[in-house]
Design a protein around this ligand. Structure first.
Ligand code: PLP
Length: 731
């Protein structure tokens, strides 16, 4: 790699750093001290980023590992260093603390904060059973299992130590109260994952609260085991409390001072409640609970709002926590009920608390995740329309650009500096650069080959398992006597995301005879590679997944073997990266406007892969009049049916027909005019990489949230602020 600048580090020992909370590895001591100093500065000019999930698996982006590999560090005479080396070079590469887009966005965002030196700390929970592991069986569909993983073995994850008792884990105490004001003391250990910048010269600490420890009550332990555990409503509510209510005790224990609190979705909003209580206590004194009035609460909320910024991520009902009021009377004290009654009331459903409404009411800034989503959110929350702004999502370009593509970019003089600044693509002269185009084409072919091989080997492997264990394989092709492979170079459409009904994974198979007919008439071959998980409690989502499996045989038969539809189980970031770079187009077929942004399509665009998408979410901004890919489906005005997830309103017939009309032209372009097809890839690099990256997004957060930064950091990001303005009205 030519463009990396980690040469300021001469010895691996320089990456060891210590603090009262333990010894860490990954950045030099002065970097550690600088970050910690900024986060504990009395000026409070830093940010706490709160997210229920954070997806940042080290197998897709890991600067420390890259450094060790490049410098060929394998052995050390120092046994402590050798232990670390073993952990980093051979340790597990998964941190299964995410379910999908929200978590991966959080991870990408924190990496860009680190790269641009914005002072941020993040807080989430540590889930010892992850989200869930997906097994897929052609007859049963998805089967959910606990994920087993070991935080202790995982590189860049450290358990914090108690400064008072070195060697012992730091334990924070989080009091929860019942209706009689009796505290239950929940305990949590604290893990730190370092999100380290590419050059190892900055980091953003993520603090993961591990409540599943012996000293916590059993209901707390259980609620902390699995992300989005919704075995019972009360468990779900408690998981939210464990995130939000843990923030202030954590900051106190670590001496961190961030004034701005960023709610990445409303899950952690109970931190707002804690701040309001604290504010009232300061005014009224220690017996405030018996004396506070609604006016006291309103006044305190107004003060607290100055500290809160909030990103709302979806217009879909399931994304917003509503809990029955009756549930809360049993699990919290009167003073909290009083606050919830005032600030979390739900106009549509008076018997419930609405935590989205709570987050909407108490903040200094709120943003949606695309322009279209801003317009939808304003319709959903008309009383807050004025303050709802758009900051369109992005992805961390260094995480999602495949290694092969990255080498091509490194070797292009026109793209010099692209790792530090994805804005470089906006001004690069790639139009007439034949070497670049040839190399890009080659890299694309290589990545397609990797994906095809992966799938082919998977099919064979599943077949072997079937023969040995009688377990049904997920894919029809593994059950056939003949070996069916995916051939590299065959037009490949990728689709991978959570299986929610509004995402309509099965849309393009609505009329399989029509689809097969397009292929047979022209003798066009096509591969469909699908992946994704349905939430364990989402039965309709699981049915859609099962439908994909059920369609495999019919599609293969009716198309005379021209079409192959395969499903890859266990979707995660690594599979995502292989897919977005290995396919020829990335399919997105949600019901407009329910996909607030979507980010997997941006990952494809970063690799030059064109999107084939409904005009929803980010694609409204990334489409560029057909230069970067294709659009299909309903595009008309938003009406009362638009937000419905009712099956009857999902527009299957219209939108699939629109897809079938579009498809032949795309196949023809791919097979008959490869030069023009490649041009679309180049257009994506020029037009979309500079916009849909998290460096730009982080810079927009700074502007929209009025974050105060020192001049050096402000200068660092000024260029990224120039790249784009999400919050303009498009017509
Ligand atoms: C990017 C990503 C997502 C989000 O994709 P969307 O297009 O926003 O649905 C989900 N899961 C994984 C593993 C991802 O990498």
């Amino acid at each position: 790699m030519t463009a990396k600048k980690t040469t300021h580090i001469n010895d691996i020992k320089e990456l060891l750093c210590t603090s009262p909370f333990g010894t860490f590895f990954g950045v030099p001591q002065q970097v550690f001290d600088r970050v910690w100093h900024r986060l504990s500065n009395p000026d409070g000019n830093s940010v706490v980023y709160i997210s229920m999930e954070i997806g940042a698996d080290p197998d897709v982006f890991h600067p420390v590992m890259d450094f060790l590999t490049e410098q060929e560090y394998r052995e050390s005479k120092d046994p402590d260093i050798q232990l670390l080396l073993n952990k980093y070079l051979h340790g597990p590469r998964k941190i299964p603390n995410y379910s999908g887009g929200l978590g991966v966005l959080a991870g990408d965002t924190l990496k860009s904060f680190a790269d641009t030196h914005i002072p941020v700390m993040a807080v989430s929970l540590l889930y010892r059973e992850g989200y869930f592991s997906q097994i897929v069986d052609s007859r049963m569909g998805q089967i959910d299992q606990a994920t087993s993983w070991s935080p202790e073995e995982t590189p860049s994850l450290f358990q914090l130590e108690d400064p008072e008792n070195p060697g012992q884990p730091l334990t924070i105490t989080v009091p929860f109260y019942n209706e009689y004001d009796h505290p239950t003391l929940a305990k949590a250990h604290v893990w730190m994952k370092m999100e380290i910048s590419e050059e190892l010269d900055y980091f953003v600490p993520e603090f993961l609260l591990d409540y599943s420890i012996d000293s916590s009550p059993s209901w707390v332990r259980e609620a902390g085991l699995r992300l989005y555990n919704s075995k019972s409503t009360i468990m779900k509510a408690n998981q939210r409390r464990m995130l939000g209510t843990g923030i202030l005790p954590l900051m106190k224990a670590l001496g961190l001072t961030a004034r701005t609190i960023h709610l990445n979705e409303q899950h952690g909003v109970t931190v707002t409640m804690q701040l309001i209580l604290r504010q009232i206590e300061e005014t009224l004194g220690p017996d405030f609970r018996s004396r506070m009035t609604d006016n006291d609460i309103r006044a305190a909320a107004e003060e607290v709002a100055k500290r809160i910024v909030y990103t709302i991520h979806t217009p879909v009902t399931a994304g917003h926590d509503r809990f029955d009021r009756s549930l809360y009377t049993g699990i919290t004290q009167d003073s909290c009920i009083q606050i919830l009654n005032l600030l979390a009331s739900d106009e549509e459903s008076p018997s419930q608390y609405n935590f989205t409404a709570f987050a909407m009411r108490v903040n200094r800034a709120v943003n949606s995740v695309s322009r279209l989503h801003r317009d939808v959110t304003r319709k959903q929350f008309p009383q807050f329309a004025d303050k709802i702004r758009a900051i369109t999502n992005g992805v961390h370009h260094l995480t999602w650009i495949s290694e092969t593509r990255a080498k091509v970019f490194d070797n292009s003089a026109a793209l010099s500096g692209w790792r530090d600044d994805p804005g470089v693509f906006a001004h690069a002269d790639l139009e007439n650069d034949r070497t670049f185009r040839r190399n890009l084409q080659k890299a694309w072919r290589h990545d397609n080959h990797v994906l095809a091989d992966y799938v082919s080997n998977m099919l064979v492997e599943h077949r072997r398992q079937m023969v040995e264990t009688w377990i049904d394989p997920p894919n029809y092709f593994s059950r056939l006597d003949e070996v069916v492979k995916l051939e590299p170079g065959v037009f490949t459409i990728g689709f991978a995301r959570r299986f929610s009904t509004y995402k309509r994974a099965d849309l393009i198979f609505d009329d399989i005879p029509a689809l097969a007919d397009i292929l047979v008439r022209n003798n066009w071959r096509i591969n469909f590679v699908f992946a994704g998980k349905a939430h364990p409690q989402d039965e309709p989502g699981k049915s859609v997944l099962k439908l994909i499996l059920d369609n495999q045989q019919e599609l293969y038969t009716l198309s005379n073997g021209l079409a192959r539809l395969v499903f890859i189980p266990g979707y995660d970031m690594k599979i995502a990266k292989m897919m977005v770079s290995g396919v020829h187009t990335w399919l997105n077929s949600p019901k407009r406007p329910l996909e607030a942004s979507g980010t997997s399509g941006m990952k494809a665009a970063m690799n030059g892969v064109p999107n084939l998408s409904v005009m929803d979410g980010w694609w409204v901004e990334g489409y560029h009049e057909g230069k970067t890919g294709w659009k299909f489906g309903y595009e008309g005005p938003l009406n009362e049916y638009s937000l419905s997830e009712d099956p009857a309103t999902l527009l299957y017939a219209e939108d699939s027909l629109s897809f079938y009309k579009l498809l032949p032209g795309i196949l023809e372009l791919f097979y008959e005019q490869p030069g023009k097809y490649l041009q679309i890839a180049v257009n994506n690099l020029l037009l979309n990489v500079p916009i849909f990256n998290t460096h730009r997004m982080a810079a927009e957060y700074v502007r929209e949230y009025d974050l105060e930064l020192d001049t050096e950091t402000a200068a660092n990001i000024a260029g990224f602020q120039e790249l784009y303005r999400s919050d303009v009205v498009d017509d």
